[in-house]
Design a protein around this ligand. Structure first.
Ligand code: GA4
Length: 339
């Protein structure tokens, strides 16, 4: 049983605005997939160890697939709220949501669409999803298949880079038919402030999606050219990520930190919205996850005398349960550390 879990008897609202924060600009590492393979591997490993985040350029995901996904997403979010609300209703945890993040009181200036991104769920999208326009369905299907392939390629390069004998040891999880992977479209509406006397000339920064780490194995994120993503490499310091719509921003999730025995970092990040921005940010995140029953443990080569095992073995189902019982910003990974 995970240690130290306590139930909060009062729901404390999450902060909605950001004030006087320490913001420091950094350049995210760039991984150029057109480079020589051994070079790519080195870049990926270094970035995953030092930043937990990197931008991938010269990937094989066709531009049309990305453009169609973005267009279908924007078309959907432009619809009236009552039309959006019916998307995939029917007691499912997937579908449209607005402002509420998770089930424990977290809120953000965001609306979103959540899809099951396993291979069979995506192949059956037309049968399993109701009240979603057909152009959105076909875009989600083509986009998810393409980014899943990219995620597998990156996970295989990572495995090779850290010397794991089976290069499929991470990617096999997200290829499984019952993989618990997700696709999430996040739309951050305008953060417009009234120009009354109290706030004239002020720029307001609000929380779009509060700080957290991603629980899964690997996240592949694509955003339009509106910024807002910030990562935290040091407690209390936020590093804005300059958006590059032609790249994919890749980040290590909690499970990959565990399976590399702490060598790769699952870094906390958040999205903020600025009142001076005229355009909405839209991001599309693929979260590569294992099946619920999968046992999460570092391969033997990652555990040495100098680097003893940092985490106890657990199933994704156990980790997910803990994740959903806590608040967005709570640390989950620490509950699974060996003493
Ligand atoms: C963060 C990453 C993904 O967006 C997500 C989120 C999930 C949700 O929105 O339902 C969670 C959040 C995320 C982690 C803590 C829990 C669960 C909201 C929340 C408060 C889909 C995921 O897998 O974990």
């Amino acid at each position: 049983k995970p240690k130290d879990i306590f139930v909060k008897d009062m729901v404390v609202p999450s902060p909605t605005s950001v004030q006087n924060e320490n913001v420091q600009h950094i350049d995210l590492p760039i991984v150029d997939l057109a480079c020589e393979r051994s070079m790519v591997i080195k870049q990926i490993v270094k970035a995953s160890e030092e930043f937990g985040f990197f931008n991938v350029i010269n990937h094989d995901v066709p531009h049309e697939i990305i453009a169609k996904m973005e267009e279908a997403g924007f078309d959907f979010f432009a619809k009236p709220v009552d039309q959006k609300k019916v998307a995939m209703a029917a007691g499912d945890s997937f579908g449209y949501g607005s402002k509420n993040i998770g089930i424990n009181g977290d809120m953000g200036e965001v609306e979103y669409l959540l899809f099951n991104a396993s291979v069979p769920a995506i192949a059956q999208l037309s049968k399993t999803i109701s009240n979603v326009p057909s152009n959105l369905r076909s875009s989600v299907s083509a986009y998810t298949d393409a980014v899943r392939k990219l995620a597998c390629e990156i996970l295989e390069l990572m495995a090779e880079g850290i010397g794991v004998p089976n290069k499929f040891c991470f990617s096999r999880f997200i290829k499984e038919v019952d993989s618990d992977s997700l696709l999430r479209l996040n739309h951050y509406p305008h953060n417009i402030t009234n120009n009354n006397n109290n706030n004239k000339g002020c720029n307001h920064t609000k929380v779009g999606f509060g700080e957290h780490s991603d629980p899964q194995i690997l996240t592949i994120l694509r955003s339009n050219d509106v910024g807002g993503l910030q990562i935290s490499l040091q407690d209390g310091v936020w590093n804005p990520v300059i958006p590059d719509p032609s790249a994919f921003c890749v980040n290590v999730g909690d499970l990959l930190e565990v399976m590399t025995n702490g060598r790769f970092l699952s870094v906390r990040h958040r999205v903020v919205t600025h009142s001076y921005k005229k355009k909405c940010r839209m991001s599309m995140a693929y979260f590569g996850a294992p099946p619920l029953h999968a046992c999460i443990i570092a391969p033997p080569i990652m555990v040495t005398q100098e680097r003893p095992s940092l985490f106890r073995p657990f199933t994704w189902s156990e980790y997910k349960k803990v994740t959903y019982s806590l608040r967005l910003g709570d640390s989950r990974i620490n509950l699974f550390r060996n003493c």
